[in-house]
Design a protein around this ligand. Structure first.
Ligand SMILES: [Mg+2]
Length: 400
């Protein structure tokens, strides 16, 4: 029996999610905004036809489509529907990879076009979200197929003629993993379409785009070399942070962000049941530049230790510049069961008690309900619920 790979990708996912709970948004031009409400991070097809692009500031988008409705993002809700999509696909396939919040790969076995349509309709019924489906001999071809007839497309390209049709005339940058820089390299060898790419010499592709490029070459030639991952491989690093909700040079706010990110990092370390032995602090300044500091730690997932190390690094590397982005990155991760503790390395019982109470209350009452007093200068951030859940808080995705 021929085995094929399927790819299912939600159509304008964030907008579709908003339309599931707010029916009046259906048929309207809708944009989803970042947590600060400054940029369009997703747009409906109605908004797209008016020239609004992802990443466009709201003040540029509004004049293009004054009647559009803009809503702030809500990743917690998007995750609910994302899991429904995943569960729906699991009913059709024995192996499903939770690739990203709005995409799954799956073992399509010998799925026919009629069966692919049935899957698409089942997902629509189960999650209320329209999706596009592609079925092909490999992951990269399946992704190309699902994107080839959006929205609500359903393309089964398993026969050689159908695969050839999929590749013909399609720009090479439509291949996942071929960005602007790679396309420029390929352009120098007149490789402009997917068809040019599969006909090119494999060794040339490897030379230009390394092993990753060669994998793409095999995949596009119909040989599956990228396996399905039903579970994700363990993280090498865990990172929490992002924009500071508006650039700031206020020492109280900047320090409070270290505390907020340390609390979020503790959650992630607990979820993955690991300790970290290295902590990195990354700051990006406005208008440009930045710093990266690192500190070695005893294996820990303790808020007090992470916050103290983060605050110490901040004091050592920050001279009052305007900070736009901050990340706290936990490295050298070790599974907790593998960590050997020595006699003198006893966790502080007070910190353990605080940690226990915090966990108990926050799982009952809500995330951040009980938090460090060091986060007090960020009252505005905690009051705005769009800040309470981020895309990195959705666990199990394989793409990042
Ligand atoms: Mg999508």
């Amino acid at each position: 029996m021929a085995r094929h790979i399927g790819h299912l990708d939600a159509d304008c996912f964030y907008v579709s999610c908003e339309r599931v709970r707010h029916r009046f948004l259906r048929g309207q031009a809708v944009g989803v905004l970042s947590n600060q409400g400054a940029c369009v991070i997703a747009k409906s097809y109605e908004l797209k036809t008016r020239g609004v692009t992802t990443g466009m500031p709201i003040w540029d988008a509004l004049p293009l489509c004054p009647e559009a409705i803009f809503v702030k993002r809500d990743f917690r809700w998007y995750e609910v529907l994302s899991r429904r999509i995943y569960d729906a696909v699991c009913r059709f396939s024995p192996t499903v990879e939770y690739y990203s919040i709005d995409e799954v790969f799956f073992d399509a076995q010998a799925m026919t076009h009629t069966e692919a349509l049935a899957l698409q309709n089942h997902v629509l019924q189960a999650a209320g979200v329209p999706t596009s489906v592609g079925v092909a001999p490999s992951k990269i071809l399946a992704k190309l197929a699902s994107s080839s007839e959006k929205p609500f497309g359903c393309v089964v390209a398993v026969e050689p003629e159908a695969v050839a049709r999929l590749l013909r005339g399609r720009p090479v940058d439509k291949i996942t993993g071929v960005g602007r820089r790679s396309s420029r390299k390929l352009e120098r060898h007149r490789i402009r379409t997917c068809e040019d790419f599969v006909r090119a010499d494999r060794r040339l592709i490897r030379r230009l785009l390394t092993k990753r490029g060669e994998d793409l070459w095999w995949e596009l030639n119909g040989t599956s070399v990228l396996p399905l991952h039903a579970t994700r491989t363990p993280h090498k690093n865990l990172s929490r942070g992002g924009s500071l909700g508006g650039p700031t040079a206020d020492p109280d706010r900047v320090t409070a962000w270290v505390a907020r990110n340390a609390e979020r990092l503790v959650e992630a370390l607990d979820y993955h049941d690991v300790y970290c032995e290295r902590l990195l602090l990354s700051l990006v300044f406005k208008p440009g530049g930045g710093v990266l500091r690192s500190a070695s730690l005893w294996p820990t997932a303790d808020f007090h230790e992470l916050y103290t190390a983060g605050a110490r690094m901040l004091a050592a590397c920050w001279n009052g510049q305007v900070v736009a982005y901050m990340h706290l990155i936990a490295g050298k991760l070790t599974a907790r069961r593998d960590v050997q503790r020595c006699l003198w390395d006893k966790p502080d019982p007070r910190h353990q008690a605080i940690r226990h109470v915090k966990h108990l209350i926050n799982t009952q009452v809500g995330r951040f309900a009980l938090r460090s007093g060091a986060t007090l200068p960020l009252g505005d951030i905690y009051r705005d619920t769009t800040n309470s859940y981020d895309i990195c808080d959705i666990y199990g995705k394989t793409c990042f």
